[in-house]
Design a protein around this ligand. Structure first.
Ligand code: RAM
Length: 355
C-alpha cells in the first residue's frame, strides 16, 4: 500500500490549477497539501504533474567517506538542482547495519520532501523509513535496497542477476576456469552485495572447475579490506582469484596485491571505479573489472525522488519517469528502475573514463 502517495493527487490537482493561474508551481504553493500526504487512499500517478520547485531532497549514503557514494550523491544533488530543489547529503561514517537510523529520524524531523538512501541493511532501516513515508516523505532507495515495503522506488544500477553472474564469468576467464576463489565483500548485511553474491553462487554451477572457498567482509572500510585480503592470501596458499564486488574492497585488495609477490599471479576482479583502479590496471595487478557510472545512478535517483514527491509517479510498475539527460525510464516490477548495463574496463578502454 502506497498510502503516502495518494494525497499528492490533491497537490497535483491544486498544482494544475496554479499552473493555469500563474504559469508555474512552487514548493510553497502546494505545502498545505503536502502536510496531508500519507493519510489518504491509494492514488494514481499524474505523469503531467509539474515537478514542484523548492523540494527538499536528502541523500543518505552507506557512509560519507566512500568515494563511490560521494560521486553518486553528487549526481543526485545535480538532478535536484536541475529541478530547482534543495539537495543535500548527510550520513554516517561507517556502513554498519543501524548507522543510518538516527539520520533518517533527523531528516523526518526536518520535514524533507524526499529521502534517497543506499541502505546498509534491508531491515534495520525499515521501521524508520516506514515512519518517514507515513509522515508524507517520498522514499527512494538507490544502489542498495531496503525491504520493498519500506520504500516506493528502488533505483538499481543494473540488472542484479547480470551483475552477479558476470562477476563469476570475469574471474573464470582470468583463472582459466580452474581453482580456488574467494569473495571479498562489503558488510555482511549489505543488500546489494548479498544479492549479487547469491547470483554468483548460482553461476558457479556453470563453472565446475571453480571452487568458492571463502566469503570475507572488508565492511567497505579500506583498512579492513586490505587486511582481509592479506588474511585470504595467507590462509589459502593456492588461492587463484579474488572477486570483490565493492569499489572499496577491490581498490584495497589491488593495493595489497600490487606490492606483494602475488601480483599478476592471483587474479583480482570485481566492481571498481576506473579512477581508483587505473594504476592497478597499468601495473598489471588487475586485467578487467566492471562498474556503471555512479554519478548517473545518483542523478536518476534524484529525478525519481522529485517525481515521487511531485506526484508524477507513485512507484507502480509501468509508470514512466522523466529523468533529465537520461531520458525516460519505465518502472519495473517491485518499484525498480534500472540505470543500464555495466561497463567492463581494461587497459584498452580505462583511460576513456573519469569517475
Ligand atoms: C561500494 C559500495 C556500493 C557498491 C559499490 C560497487 O562503493 O558497497 O554500495 O554499489 O561498491
Amino acid at each position: 500500500m502506497k498510502l503516502h502517495t495518494a494525497p499528492k493527487l490533491a497537490g497535483v490537482a491544486l498544482a494544475l490549477v496554479l499552473v493555469a493561474a500563474c504559469g508555474g508551481t512552487t514548493k510553497d504553493s502546494t505545502a498545505g497539501q503536502d502536510a496531508g500526504r500519507g493519510t489518504g487512499p491509494v492514488g494514481t500517478a499524474d505523469p503531467n504533474a509539474p515537478v514542484e520547485e523548492g523540494l527538499k531532497i536528502a541523500f543518505l549514503p552507506k557512509e560519507v567517506d566512500n568515494p563511490y557514494e560521494i560521486v553518486m550523491d553528487r549526481g543526485g544533488i545535480e538532478a535536484v538542482t536541475e529541478v530547482k530543489g534543495e539537495g543535500k547529503e548527510v550520513g554516517p561514517s561507517d556502513a554498519s547495519a543501524s548507522s543510518q537510523v538516527s539520520y533518517i529520524n533527523t531528516l523526518v524531523q526536518q520535514r524533507q520532501d524526499a529521502i534517497v538512501i543506499a541502505a546498509n541493511d534491508p531491515n534495520a532501516v525499515a521501521p524508520a523509513l516506514k515512519d518517514a513515508m507515513a509522515k508524507g516523505i517520498a522514499l527512494v532507495t538507490v544502489d542498495s535496497d531496503a525491504a520493498p515495503d519500506a520504500r516506493q522506488v528502488f533505483v538499481n544500477q543494473a540488472d542484479s542477476e547480470e551483475i552477479g553472474r558476470s562477476q563469476i564469468r570475469l574471474i573464470s576467464r582470468q583463472v582459466g576456469g580452474r581453482g580456488k576463489i574467494a569473495i571479498l565483500s562489503a558488510t555482511p548485511n549489505a543488500t546489494n552485495q548479498n544479492t549479487w553474491i547469491g547470483f554468483m553462487e548460482d553461476e558457479l554451477a556453470q563453472h565446475p572447475g571453480l571452487e568458492l572457498v571463502k566469503v570475507a567482509y572488508g565492511d567497505d572500510d579500506d583498512q579492513k579490506s586490505f587486511q582481509e585480503t592479506q588474511a585470504l592470501l595467507q590462509s589459502i596458499p593456492d588461492l587463484k582469484g579474488i572477486v570483490s564486488p565493492t569499489t572499496v574492497g577491490i581498490s584495497a585488495a589491488a593495493r595489497y596485491l600490487s606490492s606483494s609477490p602475488h601480483k599478476g599471479k592471483v587474479a583480482l576482479t570485481g566492481l571498481g571505479t576506473p579512477n581508483q583502479m587505473r594504476q592497478f590496471v597499468k601495473d598489471g595487478t588487475v586485467t578487467e573489472f566492471a562498474l556503471w557510472d555512479p554519478r548517473e545512478l545518483g542523478y536518476l535517483a534524484g529525478y525519481a525522488a522529485a517525481a515521487l514527491a511531485s506526484g508524477q509517479i507513485t512507484g507502480a510498475e509501468g509508470e514512466k519517469l522523466k529523468a533529465g539527460r537520461l531520458g525516460e525510464r519505465t518502472i519495473g516490477e517491485n518499484g525498480e528502475i534500472v540505470l543500464g548495463p555495466p561497463t567492463t574496463f581494461d587497459a584498452g578502454n580505462i583511460d576513456r573514463y573519469d569517475f
